[in-house]
Design a protein around this ligand. Structure first.
Ligand code: FNR
Length: 384
């Protein structure tokens, strides 16, 4: 199986195996999807410098993200409902990431719980936090992440209110999913997916159900989620979360230089230049086009990571050349998961690794630490 050579091959395979409403959930952006598309297409405007007759033996893509060793600077991004792309999706992706030597980030909105993932992994994973109005619930979630020995908290800042995705609305997708006859027919055409779901023991939305006040089952989750995202979230909240957590803190969803400066002032360990994969503010610039300005603004004070639109190892290398110490993949790992479970996620990581390795060599570099703007012909997104 999985004779996939590119992330696009995995996407095609996932489309065939995952029910339409869940495939569309992964493969959609807000409103016109212009930011979602720009995230991908803006990478192609950056041209690489081909070099020859440079010693290309003994290459290494190894690096660190927030001081933690990584096989390559690519982490798995937090994504909600991952267990709906494939049964036990979060566990399988975490296992694949651990074996590959890259960080896995578990979303607050995951199907498998923090404890489920901890039970199946040996190395620490990262936990992504959405700040909800119910602060007792948040305190408890932070304590659960600590108890599970998570080695970083990724605090998402760009979802105080929920962006709108037309595909999800048209598909009638809600959290938790409520199945109509149309959905049941869609699922009936995906028998392997159905069999996996029938066999899983996992409790849905395990980070929330049974832990948040008045959310004892899936039917009470829907109204809770709708009113729990906190529009009043502020930098003061970042301070108390940092204090309560006490470990490595990464702030996700920074796309503006002033916000990046405030993030650096907050004492966090890293920021992720991100527009939530084009799922929140449609019309916002692509992440890669904002990266150089943000690196120029705060790169000497805080580690800068980025995500959004990475579909190849070349994209990762371009982001590193423009100053990213780390990158994250969302959809590429979801496509892999939908296409083939754990093996599919490994395939996605492997595709990116090999593309990166060959590209780095053809640009005349042997070590990731030698990669900088000298591998680019020019920088179309240079800070003014
Ligand atoms: C996301 N993203 C996201 N981010 C987050 O902080 N918490 C979450 O629960 C989710 N959920 C989520 C679901 C799905 C289906 C997608 C595609 C994305 C955003 C994610 O972490 C990341 O920022 C983007 O996915 C990066 O863009 P690419 O790699 O998907 O282009």
């Amino acid at each position: 199986m999985l004779n996939a050579l590119t992330i696009d091959d995995l996407k095609r395979q996932a489309r065939r195996r995952v029910p339409k409403m869940f495939f569309d959930y992964a493969d959609s952006g807000a409103w016109t999807e212009s930011t979602y598309q720009a995230n991908e297409s803006d990478f192609s405007k950056i041209k690489l410098r081909q070099r020859v007759l440079v010693d290309m033996t003994n290459r290494s893509l190894a690096s660190t993200m927030i001081g933690q060793p990584v096989t390559m600077p690519v982490a798995i991004a937090p994504t909600g409902l991952t267990g709906m792309q494939h049964a036990d999706g979060e566990i399988l992706a975490a296992e694949a990431a651990e074996a590959f030597g890259v960080p896995f980030t578990l979303s607050t909105m995951s199907i498998c719980s923090i404890e489920d993932v901890a039970l199946h992994t040996r190395k620490p994973f990262w936990f992504q936090l959405y700040v909800m109005k119910d602060r007792d619930f948040i305190n408890n979630l932070i304590d659960r992440a600590k108890a599970a020995k998570c080695s970083a908290l990724v605090l998402t800042l760009d979802l105080q209110i929920l962006g709108q995705r037309h595909k999800d609305i048209r598909n009638g997708l809600s959290a938790p999913p409520k199945f109509t006859l149309k959905h049941i027919l869609q699922m009936a055409t995906r028998p392997q997916w159905c069999m996996g779901m029938a066999n899983t023991q996992r409790r849905s939305f395990g980070n929330i159900v049974g832990h948040a006040k008045n959310v004892s089952d899936l039917s009470s989750l829907s109204s809770w989620t709708a009113e729990q995202f906190d529009p009043k979230l502020s930098w003061k909240d970042v301070a108390w979360i940092k204090e309560r957590w006490g470990g490595k803190l990464i702030l996700k969803g920074i796309l503006d230089e002033d916000d990046a400066r405030a993030a650096a002032d907050s004492g966090a360990d890293a920021i992720i230049v991100s527009n939530h994969g084009g799922r929140q503010l449609d019309g916002a610039p692509s992440s890669i086009s904002m990266l150089p300005r943000i690196v120029a603004a705060v790169g000497d004070r805080i580690e800068v990571h980025m995500d959004g639109g990475i579909r190849s190892g070349q994209d990762v290398l371009k982001a590193v050349a423009l100053g990213a110490k780390g990158t994250y993949i969302g959809r590429p790992f979801l496509y892999g998961l939908g296409a083939g479970g754990r093996e599919g996620v490994t395939r996605a990581l492997d595709i990116i690794y090999k593309e990166m390795d060959v590209t780095m060599a053809l640009c005349g570099k042997r070590l990731l630490s030698d990669v900088d703007q000298s591998i680019l012909l020019d920088n179309p997104y240079a800070a003014k």
